[in-house]
Design a protein. Structure first.
Ligand SMILES: [Zn+2]
Length: 261
C-alpha cells in the first residue's frame, strides 16, 4: 500500500519535473567518476536526481548562493550511492546545507566527568542522524579532481546517512536480505584493523588515513574510494570490495574497465 502511494508520487514528480539536458551534461562533465555509467544507468540516475531534488532543499548558508549546477552536482553524487537501492534510505531529513567554505559546527558534548566540551575545529562536511547534511562547497567541488584531492565529500556524507538508517554511524548499515552480517563484519573489521595498524606505523597509505578514525569513518571513506577509484579498493581490500559490490549492487571496477577500453 505504502509502496503504491510512494510509486504514484514518484511518477507524478517525474511527469512534471526534469533537469535540463545542458545542465545535466555540465554536472556530469564536472564529475569524471560518473562518466563510466552506461546510458541506462545515467537515465536512472537522472530520475533519482529529479526525485531527490524534489524531496530535499539544497540551501545556502553564510551568504553562499547555491547555483542550479551545484544542486545537480550534489544530487548526482548523493544519488549514485542509491542507484540500485532505494531513495527511501534518505528519508528522515529535509535539507542539504551548503557553506562557502569549512565551518565550525559548534556542537557541545559532556564527558564522563560532566565537563562540557565544544567542538571548535572547522569541518568540510557533517551528517547527523535525523539532521541535515552540511557541506562546504569548495570541498564538494574537489571531487571533480579525485587524483589531486582524493576526496568525495558528498559520497562520504551520504554514506554516513545510509549507515545512520538505524542509528549512529558505526560502519554497519542495514544489510539487505541475502547478505550475511557476519561476512560484512568479518571483512570490514579485518580491513579496519589492518588499515589502522598501517596508519599507526606511519605508512603513507593511498587511502585517506582519516579512515582509521573509527569503523563509521572507515565505511564512509571506503565508499568514496569504491565509487571514485574502485580498482584501488579492490586491490587493497578485495573482501571489502566484494561486500560493497553486493551492498550497493554495483561493480564500479568492472564499469571503469569497460569505460577505459
Ligand atoms: Zn565522516
Amino acid at each position: 500500500m505504502f509502496d503504491a502511494i510512494r510509486n504514484w508520487r514518484r511518477r507524478r514528480v517525474l511527469a512534471r519535473a526534469s533537469i535540463p539536458e545542458e545542465l545535466w551534461r555540465a554536472a556530469l562533465a564536472a564529475l569524471p567518476f560518473l562518466r563510466s555509467l552506461d546510458a541506462a544507468e545515467q537515465r536512472r540516475l537522472r530520475d533519482l536526481c529529479v526525485l531527490f531534488l524534489d524531496a530535499k532543499g539544497i540551501v545556502g548558508a553564510r551568504g553562499h548562493e547555491v547555483t542550479p549546477l551545484q544542486r545537480v552536482m550534489i544530487a548526482q553524487q548523493a544519488c549514485v550511492l542509491v542507484l540500485n537501492l532505494d531513495l527511501g534510505l534518505y528519508d528522515g531529513f529535509e535539507n542539504v546545507v551548503v557553506y562557502p567554505g569549512e565551518f565550525v559546527p559548534g556542537w557541545e558534548w559532556e564527558d564522563e566527568a560532566g565537563v562540557v566540551h565544544r567542538h571548535d575545529e572547522p569541518l568540510a562536511g557533517e551528517a547527523m542522524p535525523g539532521g541535515p547534511v552540511v557541506l562546504s562547497w569548495p570541498d564538494v567541488a574537489a571531487a571533480g579532481d579525485w587524483q589531486a584531492s582524493g576526496m568525495n565529500l558528498v559520497v562520504h556524507e551520504f554514506a554516513h546517512k545510509i549507515d545512520m538508517a538505524h542509528g549512529e554511524a558505526n560502519g554497519c548499515p542495514p544489510l539487505p536480505p541475502g547478505m550475511s552480517a557476519a561476512a560484512w563484519t568479518g571483512a570490514l573489521t579485518a580491513a579496519y584493523d589492518d588499515f589502522a595498524a598501517r596508519v599507526e606505523r606511519g605508512e603513507d597509505t593511498a587511502i585517506d588515513a582519516y579512515a582509521a578514525e573509527s569503523p563509521g569513518e572507515f565505511f564512509a571513506v571506503l565508499s568514496e574510494v569504491f565509487f571514485a577509484e574502485p580498482a584501488l579498493l579492490r586491490q587493497n581490500y578485495p573482501a571489502v570490495y566484494e561486500q560493497f559490490r553486493k551492498f550497493y549492487r554495483q561493480d564500479p571496477a568492472a564499469r571503469a574497465c569497460v569505460g577505459a577500453v
